[in-house]
Write a protein that binds this ligand. Structure first.
Ligand code: HEM
Length: 508
């Protein structure tokens, strides 16, 4: 007997949860398990008559085909998923009680790399940030570190995210890319200057997923066994080194292979050449937050002078068996945290904590977390129940808490950390914006060739933008670094005097 209709995953679920046969006959069946008699010819009324409604195999096959798609991710739709393992290497128990960081612990992971703006089959050569999202199946439950290759983000408040994405996506009238819509938006968002600099640099076109770093971007909170809090940023460093395509290489690659990043990764893993990343953290004490000239909880900023320490290594060693069941259906969410890791007060992160789980309820349904790729390796034990496509096998009668019949006490060790509060509710910008300094530092860190590639790419995109938005954008770049602003102004055919005047009015 050969296993045929169910994948290994589905078999494992069924075999453990229900009393169904663990192997299936080697014949073709319908979804009810009944054998199919003819899969080549529809049942018709005689040689020339119409097809019959009673051909249940024909009907079911078409119905299932008609429903093969689920909603695509609204962003990061094009992705590549791989399995691997994370091994913790340093004792950081004074920072966090999360078991995943106990030295020597091996934790299975699933990583989904992605591009952001365009749909599922869009070219990977397009200029874009890249997603680097990791699901750790830890002994405390699942922890998702949903990051990007860039260490900073364009905006600092979740309320701007839908507008930003609409500006990045094609024009709703024509479905065509339009830089002038983007800069119409970004000319109102000076805090994007550093991340736009990354985007238009060659870092916006990585040579392959193996050759880029990953970043948690936000500060998160580590909480130790005593309930003490530290702020941390996470950084995956590629052991393959960093490699990007310059504009000429990106154009050339696109002509040959629009899936160059997926090809590179899948091929390397199939050959046994497993890519690795070291995980580093930067740590700040709560009282350190006030000491910076910028707000360290602002996602548009890196922490330049804070030392990094290595806490573990990840190796990716297995390609998916089924793209849809794993890569498409995986649900990575910043709300998937475990005791010892909590969101910081970062306003962008706070919105993400809601948005991912919400979109996944829509994209996958209320029971998406129980799909094989999403469910934790530890038991799930709560009163959440029912909902569409519930494949569980619940036998208990106590679907509430507290209960004396079946006590399921909460774990005191898993309480959220406490934070002091003061003041009134408000809707106001953050203090300490510092919108341009780190963009200038980044520009100056590039080699002369990298600077010129950046200037040409940014200038080329700005060239056709309407004159007011263009000059405001150019003033941001000039404010970051006069040579940067001057170079882009030349390529974009802007008026340098006007750029200087606008830049002079900007605050640092
Ligand atoms: C308030 C800001 C943001 C919002 C509201 C937001 C929202 C979303 C949504 C709705 C998805 C689709 C999720 C799904 O369907 O499974 C998504 C995917 C993703 N986002 Fe964000 N996002 C934000 C900022 C960020 C930031 C700052 C990063 C990087 C640090 C990031 C990285 C990702 C990644 C990597 C994915 C793809 C996850 C996967 O591979 O399944 N996003 N985002």
């Amino acid at each position: 007997m050969k296993i045929r209709t169910l994948s290994g995953y589905a078999l494992a679920v069924l075999a453990t949860s229900m009393s169904v046969p663990s192997a299936f006959a080697d014949t073709l069946t319908r979804d009810n398990g009944a054998a199919v008699g003819d899969n080549q010819n529809s049942q018709t009324a005689g040689p020339n008559g119409p097809a019959l409604l009673q051909d249940v195999q024909l009907l079911q096959k078409l119905q299932r085909f008609d429903r093969e798609r689920i909603p695509e991710r609204v962003v990061h739709a094009r992705g590549t998923g791989v399995h691997g393992e994370f091994t913790a290497s340093s004792n950081i128990s004074e920072l966090t009680k999360a078991k995943v960081f106990t030295p020597g612990t091996h934790t299975p992971v699933f990583v989904r790399f992605s591009s952001v703006v365009h749909g599922n089959h869009s070219p990977e050569t397009l200029r874009d940030p890249r997603g680097f999202a990791t699901k750790f199946y830890t002994a405390d439950g699942n922890w998702d570190l949903v990051g990007n290759n860039f260490p900073t983000f364009f905006i600092r408040d979740a309320i701007k995210f839908p507008d930003m994405v609409h500006a990045f996506k094609p024009d709703p009238r024509t479905n065509l890319d339009d830089d002038s819509r983007r800069f119409d938006f970004f000319s109102h968002v000076p805090e994007a200057t550093r991340t736009l600099t990354l985007l238009y640099s060659n870092e916006g076109t990585p040579a392959g997923y193996r050759f880029m770093d990953g970043n948690g971007v936000h500060a998160y909170k580590f909480v130790n066994a005593k309930g003490e809090v530290h702020y941390v940023k996470f950084h995956w460093k590629s052991l393959q080194g960093l490699k990007n395509l310059d504009p000429a290489q990106a154009e050339q690659t696109q002509g040959k292979d629009y899936a160059h990043m997926t090809h590179d990764l899948v091929t390397a893993i199939n050959k046994g050449d497993y890519p690795k990343w070291d995980l580093y953290i930067q740590v700040l004490k709560p009282e350190d937050l006030a000491k910076f000239a910028f707000d360290p909880l602002d996602a548009t900023k890196i922490w330049p002078d804070v030392p990094e320490q290595k806490i573990g290594q990840m190796v990716l060693n297995k390609n998916v068996d089924n793209f849809f069941q794993e890569t498409e259906q995986v649900a990575m969410a910043p709300s998937n945290v475990v005791p010892g890791i909590e969101p910081s007060e970062d306003r962008l992160l706070q919105g993400r904590v809601f948005s991912y789980a919400d979109t996944q309820m829509y994209r996958l349904g209320a029971n998406g977390m129980s799909l094989p790729i999403n469910r934790p390796q530890v038991a799930v034990n709560n009163g959440n129940q029912d909902g569409a496509l519930n494949s569980g096998h619940t036998t208990g009668g106590v679907n509430y808490e507290p209960s004396r019949l079946n006590p399921r006490p909460a774990d005191d060790n898993a309480r959220y950390s406490q934070a002091a509060l003061s003041g009134s509710t408000q809707q106001a910008k953050i203090q300490r914006e510092q919108n341009f300094k780190q963009a200038g530092d980044l520009y100056r860190s590039y080699s002369p060739k990298e600077q010129q590639d950046l200037i040409n790419s940014f200038g080329g995109s700005l060239a056709d933008t309407d004159t007011e938005s263009k000059h405001i954008m150019l003033s941001y770049l000039y404010k970051a670094d006069p040579a940067y602003g001057t170079g882009v102004t030349k390529v974009a055919k802007g008026d340098l005097e006007k750029v200087k005047q606008l830049a002079a009015k900007l605050q640092d």
